[in-house]
Design a protein around this ligand. Structure first.
Ligand SMILES: NC(=O)C1=CN([C@@H]2O[C@H](COP(=O)(O)OP(=O)(O)OC[C@H]3O[C@@H](n4cnc5c(N)ncnc54)[C@H](O)[C@@H]3O)[C@@H](O)[C@H]2O)[C@@H](O)CC1
Ligand SMILES: Nc1ncnc2c1ncn2[C@@H]1O[C@H](COP(=O)(O)OP(=O)(O)O)[C@@H](O)[C@H]1O
Ligand SMILES: [K+]
Length: 499
């Protein structure tokens, strides 16, 4: 992603707008501006970015669709033609049925002398072009591209050179990041995407990252409309990073109690507890669910290992953040009622979530926590979220932001829906999408590390959403640093030491 700024301070969070918010922004801008101004700005921005990302491109192929996204492409084509590039346009759609702005863009492109081919692009083969521009569909995309549009998408997928997508890669739902074709074939895989007017959430979650490439944004000078969600940034995370003052002592940071690790899964508990220490938890207690697991972690003697029998008195003291469930097996069920009742701050992961999904009484206890002001963060992956929602992981992935919000609202908790573009949602207010992290995290145990990291970083009195946004960012950022010099999966035990 290319969402940097030249400013000295790190960037603020980026506003994200779904379909409705983007249309509202378009209408507000159209109301203020003379006709065609927005499209001229959009097409010009596309052309300028094309020259920036492919400065040596002499020949450019522009694939234009039947709506205003195609209009943007036609404006860009005319601009590049005037800038001395050899431009060829394939127009997919009936020129007589173009919307007004796109029709004007076609007229201007023709008048400028841009060669425009209206034949289908099935079998299109590059003839020395150095850059392709995908201006087939944008915000109006609502179903799998088929027929000539599908052929054009296929041609862009075969394209050996760089692809710049206008607004969205064709075939991707900008609202959700799902690809309309469940087999993921009918979607352009762009190297760069220039998001216009607004940044769309679907560029950053689900299938978005794999299809959008580097994301750029031009607001076209449109008035600001309240965002539907935020994309986390270094600046946003810094703003909620608690200070470690000179005069602080370990009691300043709050205790963490990790209750996890059924027989055969004690490693998950160790990963979480080690991450909690690294994250800055004041005193970290590890309470294994497996009886007689071990009395000390020899490589981390700072961890205080306590037997399960000591959990209730510790909970009664009522000050620590409890991290519960990592590798919890069915054993976690026995302690969940006490934990739900007593923990002032609670992170629930993995088997704690699966147990709750199967037990309505536990879910009721959980929602009561919200009512009495006790904060809870759930860290499901899509299947765990689906179990809690009574849906399928495909349903969750089809709209990750909506699923996270739904779960947060139902249970009165903060939800961290993990995966590519982790979503962080509370019961109210805009959700967040996290841009850090990569597929090196798709390996066992990294979720346990996240749960422990969250527990260790969450300060008494701090809003759950702030802690969650920060922890998810830092977890992903560690993986990004690692991926800069390594290949393959990031071993969770190394991640736990590195964040
Ligand atoms: N109106 C303007 O002046 C501006 C428009 N902009 C551009 O306009 C785009 C939105 O334009 P439109 O609303 O015309 O929509 P699109 O150009 O994305 O799509 C055009 C039409 O194609 C049809 N369609 C959608 N999916 C299809 C499929 N799978 N197969 C066949 N047909 C399909 C729909 O009827 C849709 O309305 C934005 O993404 C952006 O690129 C922005 O640049 C801002 C300025
Ligand atoms: N492709 C990806 N991009 C970014 N983060 C990812 C990706 N794949 C996995 N992750 C992250 O890795 C962690 C995996 O957690 P989880 O699925 O619970 O695994 P486990 O239970 O084995 O620890 C989550 O934080 C998730 O967001
Ligand atoms: K497009």
């Amino acid at each position: 992603m290319q969402l940097g700024t030249a400013a000295a301070s790190p960037p603020a969070p980026w506003p994200l707008h779904g379909a409705q918010g983007s249309r509202a922004s378009e209408q507000a801008a159209q109301a203020e501006l003379p006709p065609f101004t927005l499209m001229r700005r959009a097409g010009t921005a596309v052309a300028r970015l094309a020259l920036a990302v492919a400065p040596h491109a002499r020949r450019v192929w522009v694939a234009c669709g039947p709506g205003n996204n195609g209009g943007d492409g036609l404006v860009a084509a005319a601009w590049l033609h005037r800038a001395g590039r050899a431009v060829s346009v394939s127009l997919v759609g009936d020129p007589a049925r173009l919307p007004a702005d796109a029709a004007r863009a076609l007229e201007e492109a023709r008048a400028a002398g841009v060669p425009i081919q209206q034949t289908p692009v099935y079998g299109f083969e590059p003839r020395g072009e150095d850059l392709a521009i995908d201006a087939l569909l944008g915000l109006g995309s609502s179903r799998r591209p088929e027929g000539p549009l599908g052929d054009a998408v296929a041609a862009l997928r075969r394209w050996p050179g760089p692809v710049l997508a206008v607004d969205l890669p064709t075939g991707l739902d900008g609202e959700t990041g799902r690809v309309f074709d469940t087999e993921l074939r009918a979607c352009v895989r762009a190297d760069h995407t220039l998001s216009l007017l607004t940044l769309k959430p679907g560029l950053f979650t689900a299938q978005g990252r794999d299809h959008a490439g580097t994301v750029w944004w031009h607001d076209l000078g449109a008035p600001t409309v309240a965002p539907d969600a935020w994309l986390a940034s270094e600046g946003a995370v810094q703003a909620v990073r608690p200070a470690r003052l000179h005069a602080h002592h370990k009691g300043s940071f709050g205790d963490v109690i990790v209750v996890a690790g059924a027989p055969g899964m004690v490693g998950a508990a160790l990963l979480a507890a080690r991450a909690a220490v690294r994250a800055g938890g004041g005193r970290v207690y590890l309470v294994p669910l497996a009886e007689d697991a071990f009395a000390v972690d020899p490589t981390h003697p700072e961890l205080m290992v306590r037997p399960l029998g000591s959990l209730e008195p510790m909970l009664r003291a009522g000050t620590g953040t409890v991290v519960c469930g990592c590798g919890g097996g069915s054993e976690v069920a026995q302690i969940l009622p006490a934990v739900l009742h007593a923990a002032p701050r609670l992170v629930l992961d993995a088997d704690a979530l699966n147990t709750m999904a199967a037990d309505e009484a536990l879910r009721t206890l959980l929602s009561h926590r919200g009512a009495r002001g006790a904060a809870t963060i759930l860290t499901p992956h899509p299947l765990e979220a689906a179990r809690l929602l009574g849906s399928s992981s495909a349903d969750v992935q089809a709209n990750r932001v909506a699923a996270a919000r739904e779960l947060a609202g139902r249970l009165r908790v903060t939800v961290v829906l993990k995966g590519s573009g982790t979503v962080i949602a509370g019961p109210e207010g805009p959700s967040w999408i996290n841009p850090t992290g990569n597929a090196a995290l798709a390996t066992p145990g990294t979720g346990d590390v996240l749960a422990g990291w969250l527990g260790g970083t969450w300060r008494p009195g701090e809003a759950a959403l702030d802690a969650a946004v920060r922890a998810v960012w830092e977890h992903g950022a560690a993986a990004d640093r690692w991926a800069a010099t390594h290949r393959g999966p990031y071993p969770a035990s190394e991640l736990a030491e590195a964040i």
